[in-house]
Design a protein around this ligand. Structure first.
Ligand code: ZN
Length: 164
């Protein structure tokens, strides 16, 4: 079973190594912190996974519980203006902790691609997408549920990053 420290470790490792702008630089520049939430589908609650999350902040997140496998929210204050800190939030379901590490790593990389686009970094510090990537991305994008694209944000651009 993966520990919160291992999850945070993967996030830092891939966030710092796979993108032209490292996650630690982004956090330093924006003066933002990153919080990890554990999604508990049975209790229908979020629990703290990592980071200094005040109880009041956790309560705000729990006021709109959302059950999913994993997620990444840039600037959580856009959704919860009363949070005590300017935080990005990484979410992962409790059941994922029992997945093989390679699957969890793939899941984390997927969420980091959302981070990179949603934070605006793909516009300011773009990952170069070549013709081959575009072809692979096009076929991946065709397999996604495009009718839900404004919810999943699995856009063509997202697929390009993921296939890189
Ligand atoms: Zn996604």
């Amino acid at each position: 079973m993966l520990t919160p420290e291992q999850i945070q470790g993967y996030l830092q490792k891939y966030g710092d190594s796979l993108f032209p702008c490292a996650m630690s630089e982004y956090l330093a520049h924006t003066n933002r912190v990153i919080w990890g939430l554990l999604i508990d589908s049975d209790e229908r609650r979020f629990h703290r996974l990592f980071g200094e999350i005040a109880l009041a902040d956790l309560e705000q997140f729990n006021s709109s519980f959302h059950d999913t496998i994993a997620g990444y929210r840039v600037r959580a204050r856009d959704f919860f203006p009363n949070l005590t800190a300017d935080a990005d939030v990484f979410l992962i379901s409790k059941q994922c902790l029992d997945f093989p590490p390679s699957e969890v790593e793939a899941l984390i990389i997927h969420e980091l691609c959302h981070w990179y686009i949603d934070s605006g970094l793909q516009s300011s510090h773009p990952i170069t997408i070549n013709a081959k990537d575009r072809i692979k991305a096009k076929s991946l994008h065709r397999k996604t549920d495009q009718s839900l694209e404004n919810i999943t944000k699995h856009t063509r651009q997202f697929c390009e990053l993921l296939k890189k």
